[in-house]
Design a protein around this ligand. Sequence first.
Ligand code: G6Q
Length: 548
Amino acid sequence: MTSPGPSSRADLPEWRALAAHAASLEGITLRDLFAADRHRAERLAFEACGLFVDHAKQRLADSTLPLLVQLARGCGLREQIDAMFAGGRINATENRAVLHVALRAPRGMRLEVDGHDVVPDVHAVLDRMAAFCDGVRQGEWHGHTGRPIRNVVNIGIGGSDLGPVMAFTALRHYADRGLTFRFVSNVDGTDFAEAVHDLDPAETLFIVCSKTFTTQETLANARTARSWTLAALRDEAAVARHFVAVSTNAAEVAAFGIDTTTMFGFWDWVGGRYSMDSAIGLSTMLAIGPEQFQEMLAGFRAMDEHFRSAGFERNLPVLHGLVAVWNTTFLGAHTIAVLPYDQYLSRFPAYLQQLAMESNGKRVTLGGRAIDDYQTCPVYWGEPGTNGQHSFYQLIHQGTRIIPCDFIGFIQSLQPLGRHHDLLMANCFAQAEALAFGKTEAEVRGDGVSEPLVAHKTFPGDRPSSMIVGERLTPRLLGSLVALYEHAVFTAGAIWDVNPFDQWGVELGKVLATRIAPELEASVEPALTHHDGSTAALIRRYRAGRSR
Ligand code: G6Q
């Protein structure tokens, strides 16, 4: 696992050129950049797959994008894209191919892993999912007592939860309103209890989503779900009608007691956070139906094709990834705010947090070198507009840190009510404008503001943002939007020389929790000498209270 070329990306001539370029932009503001180029807005806006992406309000001078594109070439991005689409084992630390693009490949296309064309396998699962979803939606698949399924509870965590929740929330407009959907992820029993408190077990279907089927939280919730179901239906045979599984691990699914004929499979070349369009999307398909799910896949596929074939200079995911690298690694931003101006995208920032931060939150290169000479992934966070404007936007406008923003909005609302949508989008555009251009001291004085308040009412501006605009939020558009970010994350990972497809950083906490759980539950006082003083004291305090 050694990476070719210089030991650090920062030693590349293209990197050095960009670092020098960033330094040369010191003191040049967005006002200056707009004043110098009347065509900036056209030059820095790009469009593909139904998405219009405007980077004009980013701190990009004439030569910035060309230099970033040269860096991408110098980092071997083209070769890495080709290797991904060729089914290469680019997830080197787990020795796996990375082929989520095969999940949306059309019938007849060939994508191979170790010489095996995986596309027919993908479509076989999609066909089984569609038959099952049609059965449930049409009432042919019913509960153990013959009652129709009216409630669907997805049990899963991380990649087996965030994608399904985000997609269901985003596409609710297209969902069958006769079905109630709930999502249980946390090992906190409250999550399960609140999700089912008003549901009838005779009408409830559980989808247990776990790639490995060994995840502690998911298995704990699935066991509790089984007890809850059997307490009401009092027949083991009910499990077969009320539980289906989505997994790569048939043996563990069978060991849990779920019939593998109602298991929907996927493959080790699909990472959890890249799996919402695999069988992990079963809840999505149940909600919106197989046809709309296919529409979503078509949106993913269009962006895949664009990513694979478009020149880097106009390639939406490549440019998006490069702008993120520019802001964080070269201009020093610590975080990126994701601000959807669409209530249906309320869970999109949370989804994107995992996608970006679990992928690129790494401190060693693919070759194993500790990265001590540049910053990798920023913190992603956000909330839907306009709510965020009344809470944290203050800091984005006038705080001491620069926080680049991704605004996301639509021309048409799915819920056109009076002036609501015009007001929503007016706020979206206004925020980006205010962040970029601010309000100078002179302008504030010009408003007649008293001298002691001038500094407080001044907006420094020069705060960068990108604007992503779609016509309306459809399943197809959602697919393209998610794929835009998937491939932008891939692009940034290629520049940072990290492996976006492993997640070793989640392991240590899991191991320690497995050790601590029996210490909390033991009837005899356990020896806690292997813990630090703080952790041992917390365990003692918990034990003392637990038995009260
Ligand atoms: C995602 C991660 C992680 C994973 C969960 C659930 O990329 O691998 O979030 O999805 O830990 O894992 P299982 O699906 O195996 O239960």
